[in-house]
Design a protein around this ligand. Structure first.
Ligand code: HEM
Length: 143
C-alpha cells in the first residue's frame, strides 16, 4: 500500500541537491549585479555567518514551494515590503538572473517549469512592493 497518500506530489521532478546548487550559484551572481547586489549586501552584509543561513533559508523556501517539503514557514511578502531598498523595477533583474542560472544548471524542461513558478511568485511580491505605500500597517513612503 502506498504510505504516502497524503503527500503532495512535487510540482515538477527535481532533487534537493539541484535546488541547493541553483540557490548557491544564483546568490554568487546576485552579489555581483550592480543593481540588486548592493541591496543584498546592505541587508545581509558579506559575512558567511549571515549568508549561509540566508541561502539555506532560500533553499528551504524553494523545497517547500516545489517539493512541498514544509521546510519553510516565513513570510516573504512581509520581508520584501519591509526592505525599502527593494524597488518594483528590480524584480525583472532578479528574475532574469534567476532564469539565467536555471537554464545553465538544469535540463530545459526543469528550468522552464521553475522559471514559470519564480515569475509567478515574483509578480505577487512585486505587487506587494508596489502597493506598500498604501498599506496602513506599514510606515508611509514619501519617495
Ligand atoms: C527585487 C528583487 C529582489 C530583491 C532585491 C530581494 C532582496 C531580498 C533581501 C535583501 C532579502 C533579505 C531580507 C532580510 O532578511 O533582511 C530577501 C529575502 C527573501 N527573498 Fe528576496 N528579493 C527579491 C526578489 C525575490 C523573489 C522574486 C523571490 C522569490 C521568487 C524572493 C524570495 C525571498 C525569500 C524567500 C526571502 C526570505 C524571506 C524570509 O526571511 O523568510 N525574493 N530578499
Amino acid at each position: 500500500m502506498n504510505q504516502n497518500t497524503n503527500a503532495m506530489p512535487p510540482r515538477f521532478p527535481i532533487t534537493r541537491d539541484e535546488i541547493n546548487a541553483v540557490v548557491k550559484k544564483f546568490y554568487q551572481r546576485v552579489r555581483k549585479d550592480p543593481v540588486i547586489g548592493p541591496v543584498f549586501i546592505d541587508s545581509l552584509t558579506l559575512s558567511p555567518e549571515i549568508w549561509n543561513p540566508h541561502e539555506a533559508k532560500i533553499a528551504d523556501f524553494w523545497a517547500n514551494a516545489i517539493l512541498f517539503e514544509r521546510s519553510y514557514n516565513g513570510n516573504p511578502m512581509m520581508v520584501h515590503k519591509g526592505v525599502m531598498a527593494i524597488k518594483p523595477e528590480m524584480f525583472e533583474t532578479w528574475l532574469d538572473l534567476f532564469a539565467e542560472v536555471l537554464h545553465e544548471t538544469l535540463k530545459p524542461e526543469t528550468a522552464e517549469a521553475w522559471e514559470l513558478l519564480a515569475r509567478r511568485i515574483g509578480r505577487g511580491l512585486r505587487m506587494g512592493v508596489e502597493t506598500r505605500s498604501y498599506d496602513p500597517s506599514q510606515p508611509p513612503v514619501f519617495s
